[in-house]
Design a protein around this ligand. Sequence first.
Ligand code: CP
Ligand code: NVA
Length: 299
Amino acid sequence: MTLRHFLDVDDLSSAELAATLDLAEQADPPRVLAGRGVALLFEKPSLRTRNATEMAVVQLGGHPVSLRAEEVDVDVREPAADAARVLSRYHAAIGARVFEHAKLERMAAGSSVPVVNLLSEDAHPCQALADLLTLRQGWRSFAGRSVAWIGDGNNVCRSLVLAAALAGVAVRVATPAGFALPKPVVRRARHLGGDVLVTNRPEEAAEGADAVATDVWASMGQEAEADRRKLAFAGFGVDEALMARAAPEAVFLHCLPAHRGDEVSADVIDGPRSVVWQQAENRMHATRGLLLFLMRAHE
Ligand code: CP
Ligand code: NVA
């Protein structure tokens, strides 16, 4: 029995990532959570992650218990490690969406069941699994493929870069000055064998790419910076002109929620190259695959 956590994508090896994507597509998945619970703690709003994860748990025969942070007040009412220690007496796994990434590490330290990152300021690994699953469904194979990221070097970008590195997909990241992908993440991705280009020019990143991805310019918790960020990100919106630089069959990815007219134009996100709804559905399939992987490891 091995206790495995999933705090970022590179908690999985390349082979484990491929196995998780295969499990995500397994027809008639085994009900490994029959009679068991999964606790899901949310410090921030969520539409996709809560619904996708709850339904993934149900499809594996389990019972999800979602909690808003104010009901639990982790680190105020009791330390994160204590809360996880208690939750792991009731549940087969714990998921948490938090501000501070280190809080997940403190939860993992106390937990005797897998802890899954449902988004932190540093990472959104469950999203990256769904992104790769969506790309693989279109491409069949990752070999020789590339993805361009246009916008903020944020949590979603960081996990996608690491996931791409593990999958052997080249990544081209274009951010405005001051919003770059952190250098330690670039180093981590390259250490995994990743082909990573960083630039301040969206056109350079998009050139010939097989997929173009973006996310909001102000993430949850950054609402007060929204106006300043809108100015800084001028020229980093994904529109038809930018998509025209990508490969002819290139798809458009967005984790959602999206702001049409800011980071993406309506004609791109609502157009024929957009795979965002399939990507959103794949949050559920990818999470089911991840839970199957973690439960098997933990058997
Ligand atoms: N993509 C994503 O994580 O969406 P939610 O914030 O709605 O969960
Ligand atoms: N970067 C965004 C992603 C939302 C799914 C945020 O952290 O708010």
